[in-house]
Design a protein around this ligand. Structure first.
Ligand code: TXA
Ligand code: MG
Length: 344
């Protein structure tokens, strides 16, 4: 299959560049496009055979539903049959933006899009290219992250090309995404609403707007048995080939612990990469990536996993961050990726 790559400048978008891509969606094609979080692999959300291809191409389990992307808030009234007051407040506050709302679905949404659930996940992305594509396609676009199942989500078109070139119709290349971790998924069918996946909109921001909100227990858990509410929760995600060791604790203790972990694996003949927030050189490590705040970590985490894998590293030692703001999403992704969590 021929995959066409369309390079666009996000600062100076020419609508005509998107026409052919939108036409492909209308015709049941598969298209990778940028959002503010990660790249999505899009298909017409209302076309069951197009959506079926998304699952097939990604190798995604059929019981893991997709997010439906819209370009106009009013679309929600067609896709959902019941919109609680909290949902209205949340969408008016955070859309367009990295927030996905789980709502009761309407009949027009095919079962395959929602993996047979009675609910549908909807979001309006904050990205001109994505919004233009949805508008020109004249249909909501169902899109999971545009990676192969089990790989880190793509934060640049290069990642999409590595995973999906030759398997889909178009890839829109608009460089790196801004946020780097996926949207926050909130189930608004329950009272109080519940965060099923932490992401680009923080728990604190949501609380400030609607007051009480619960965190699904699986979010802070690693490997513990908790009943999955979001089907995606039960699958191991974001895992690079290298073994990830997550080190949590106070900054001074973390430094000493990381030094001893590096030494131990190096003695065993392994290669080690480090992801840190502290300007520490770690001379024994093969490579050290330093990011000075949570925004930088979120933006670069999946990219760094892919870079370290390309180097063939055996071990990735990642420093834990405080679980506030974007830190909650970062720690959730790190825990899911890690094979071991160490307290310093
Ligand atoms: O930022 C994002 O959300 C990106 C961009 C492309 O929009 N998309 C994304 O999609 O991360 P995906 O498919 O990788 O993750 C969607 C998550 C999964 O954990 C899935 O289980 C959950 O949303 N989800 C989708 N529909 C759901 C539903 N009806 N009920 C509960 N969880 C749902
Ligand atoms: Mg994904």
């Amino acid at each position: 299959m021929i995959t066409r790559i369309v390079r666009v400048n996000p600062e100076n978008l020419e609508i005509c560049e998107i026409y052919a891509v939108a036409k492909s969606i209308k015709e049941g094609g598969l298209v990778a496009f940028p959002t503010e979080t990660v790249y999505g692999l899009g298909a017409d959300a209302l076309n069951p055979s197009a959506v079926k291809k998304v699952f097939k191409v990604k190798g995604r389990p059929k019981d893991d539903p997709l997010i439906v992307h819209i370009a106009d808030m009013n679309e929600i009234y067609k896709l959902s049959r019941e919109i609680p007051a909290e949902a209205e407040v949340l969408m008016k506050t955070f859309w367009p933006g990295p927030l996905t709302l789980v709502l009761k679905k309407s009949n027009i949404v095919p079962d395959i899009t929602t993996a047979g659930l009675d609910t549908v996940a909807i979001r309006m992305p904050k990205n001109e290219i994505a919004l233009t594509l949805i508008k020109l396609a004249e249909t909501p676009i169902a899109a999971p992250s545009a990676n192969l199942f089990g790989k880190p989500s793509p934060t640049s078109a290069d990642h999409v090309i590595l995973d999906l070139f030759g398997r889909i119709d178009f890839i829109i290349d608009a460089g790196e995404t801004h946020i780097g971790v996926e949207s926050t998924v909130v189930d608004v069918t329950t009272i109080p609403p519940m965060i099923l996946r932490p992401g680009g909109v923080s728990l604190e921001d949501l609380e400030a707007v609607i007051g009480r909100i619960k965190l699904h227990p699986a979010i802070r858990a690693k490997g513990k048995k908790v009943v999955a509410k979001s089907p995606g929760m039960k699958y191991k995600h974001y895992a690079p080939e290298a073994k990830v060791i997550l080190v949590e604790g106070s900054p001074e203790k973390i430094e000493r612990k990381i030094i001893s972990i590096i030494k131990k694996f190096k003695r065993g003949g392994m290669t080690v990469g480090v992801i840190t927030r502290q300007k520490i050189f770690y001379p024994d490590a093969d490579i050290v990536k330093y990011f000075n705040d949570c925004h930088a970590i979120a933006k670069n985490l999946f990219k760094t996993f892919r870079e370290f894998d390309a180097l063939g590293l055996n071990i990735i030692v990642a420093e834990g961050v405080e679980e506030s703001g974007l830190g909650l999403a970062i720690m959730n992704r790190l825990r899911k990726a890690s094979y071991k969590i160490v307290r310093a």
